[in-house]
Write a protein that binds this ligand. Structure first.
Ligand code: NDP
Length: 525
């Protein structure tokens, strides 16, 4: 929502503060029914480089509910043909899509870093997730397993098959601008659904690249439709559209709740992937250097803007001092800068709203919570930083578990160290937040590792690794305020994008009444 300020009128292009040559800025379109079209409003918004706000990445359609209606109509028109295309044939197109993503990975990587800020290596990882998802999921085209099971009566056959849900609306955030759309889009397609996708307003280009690749791969018109614009208009129009049988949403817990209410109102299926406040537990027998390395990567990778970011470090008192000293030293050595520079470790945060939110939490940590600011804490505004959204990697120490910085999702380069006396206490602290996405433990003791695995109430858990780094063939998602019981990735994602149909075939040639005739016949047998 932050960039609502950047809306431009179709004719005036008023946004005078920017020195960049307007003529040089590329204009993009929506993709509806196999055509690249302008928004019906004719208005546009700007996609801006968070490392240098003078750099306008592109102008995208500021769409409205009219565009959503057109996209839904297209998805409706394409549905029967697509669902009746044999799944192995759908898979062939998706395998081709994977090849295109590999071919153009370098270009997509540069585009992503430019529009979103994450360093090139991580942007490449984001594209790689989309590639992995495409190949893995396309393989399901020759499986999509259902099951057969005995029927109660003679001469009767029972089986269960998956069928597509129908028309799906996909709403995605900006922090994994190709990976997350792909984690929804590709499973939706292999199951035979048609989709309307709305990327985050901060990062429409990476989803545009994905949809463009879908077009090249030969996905038929109307099967994939892209509508760019704002959450409160395009997103809300989607969540309220009666023809969209399913809304798959990833974003903040606050927005997820709005989406879920709208879906409940019209009885639509709704899958939600939302916020996190993930903890690493470091035990007194841990390899402290390894734990510090994992903590720095987990806390400051993607500038801390991952749902799985290691934003709490719960450290046994016996290694606390050693851990904090090394953590602060390593954090101070991180190079903050433009993600396009290969030497950069930590890029900018996404936009000015994020700067204000993160700096607000840093103030809360220092002033209200009373935690100790061990390093960082400042916005960087001079020299190369002058035109971007840069914040120093920040470590708070000596924090209490109930402090706001230890409870609320900051979604920036800030982590909080909390001391603990035992595994039991550490687990209690780690579980003591409203979210339940990811957690980790560093220990050399297998008993402690298994105890933590058993006790942590999260959807993802790591031993001797950071809280980030999910792989596409394992289910992904969280408990409590992180999700609503669904899992993306793995084969479990198929349960979001397909519905079960139970089929009974009676070949007895006579009426056989369930729960009646079999009872009588078994009694008389
Ligand atoms: P938001 O909730 O602000 O936005 C997510 C998407 O929802 C965007 O496309 C947004 O559009 C759209 N949206 C906003 N308002 C509405 C509305 N009223 N109706 C429908 N759609 C709407 O999240 P962010 O983009 O800021 O992403 C960060 C959040 O995402 C963090 O909380 C993070 O933890 C979470 N996340 C969770 C993941 C998980 O798998 N659990 C993975 C990645 C992120 P617009 O951009 O125009 O505002």
């Amino acid at each position: 929502m932050a960039q609502a300020k950047k809306a431009l009128s179709k004719t005036s292009g008023k946004n005078n503060s920017r020195p960049a040559s307007r003529a040089a800025v590329k204009t993009y379109q929506n993709y509806i029914n196999g055509e690249w079209v302008a928004s019906q409003s004719g208005e546009m918004f700007e996609n801006i480089n968070p490392a240098d706000t003078r750099d306008i990445v592109g102008r995208f359609p500021l769409s409205t509910s009219d565009d959503v209606n057109a996209a839904v109509n297209a998805a409706q028109g394409a549905f029967d043909r697509w669902r009746n295309t044999p799944a192995p044939k759908r898979a062939e197109i998706l395998f081709h899509l994977g090849e295109i993503l590999i071919r153009d990975k370098e270009r997509y990587t540069a585009d992503m870093t430019r529009e979103m800020g994450k360093v090139l290596k991580e942007a490449g990882g984001d594209i790689q997730e989309a590639i992995d998802c495409t190949y893995y999921t396309a393989g399901e085209g020759r499986r999509l397993h259902g099951f057969t099971t005995p029927a109660e009566m003679r001469d009767k056959f029972a089986m269960c098959v998956r069928q597509p849900v129908g028309l799906c609306g996909l709403i995605t955030p900006w922090n994994f601008p190709m990976a997350i759309p792909s984690w929804k889009l590709i499973p939706a397609l292999i199951c035979g659904n048609t989709v309307v996708i709305k990327p985050a307003e901060d990062t429409p280009l990476s989803t545009y690249n994905l949809v463009k690749a879908c077009e090249e791969a030969g996905i038929p018109p109307g099967v994939v439709n892209l509508v760019t614009g704002y959450g409160e208009s395009v997103g809300a129009a989607m969540t309220n559209h009666n023809a969209l049988r399913l809304i798959s949403f990833t974003g903040s817990t606050a927005t997820g709740r709005v989406v879920a209410s709208a879906c409940a109102e019209r009885n639509a299926i709704c899958s939600l992937e939302m916020g996190g406040k993930n903890a690493i537990i470091v035990m007194d027998d841990a390899d402290v250097d390894l734990a510090v390395e994992g903590a720095v990567w987990g806390a400051f990778g993607t500038s801390g803007q991952r749902c799985t970011a290691s934003s709490r470090l719960i450290v046994h008192k016996k290694v606390y001092k050693q851990f904090v000293t090394k953590l602060v030293e390593n954090t101070k050595s991180l190079r903050v800068g433009n993600g396009a520079d290969p030497k950069t470790d930590v890029g900018p945060v996404i936009n000015n709203d994020a700067v204000e939110k993160i700096m607000g939490y840093i103030r809360i940590g220092r002033n209200d919570d009373g935690a100790k600011l061990a390093c960082g804490g400042k916005r960087l505004t001079r020299g190369d930083y002058a035109n971007g959204y840069f914040i120093e990697p920040t470590v708070f120490t000596d924090a209490a578990p109930d402090m706001r910085i230890a409870q609320e999702e900051i979604f920036g380069p800030v982590t909080t160290v909390i001391p603990a006396n035992s595994l039991e206490e550490a687990v209690e602290i780690a579980n003591g937040v409203r979210y339940g996405l990811s957690a980790a433990i560093y220990t050399r003791d297998v008993n402690r590792a298994f105890r933590a695995m058993n006790e942590m109430y999260t959807g993802i858990f790591y031993v001797n690794a950071s809280t980030i780094g999910a792989e596409v063939h394992l289910p992904f998602g969280g408990t409590k305020a992180t999700g609503n019981g669904h899992r993306e990735a793995g084969t479990q994602v198929l349960d979001i994008f397909s519905e079960w149909k139970s089929i009974y075939v009676d070949f007895s040639g006579k009426l056989q009444r369930a729960q009646i005739d079999n009872v009588e016949s078994s009694h008389s047998a």
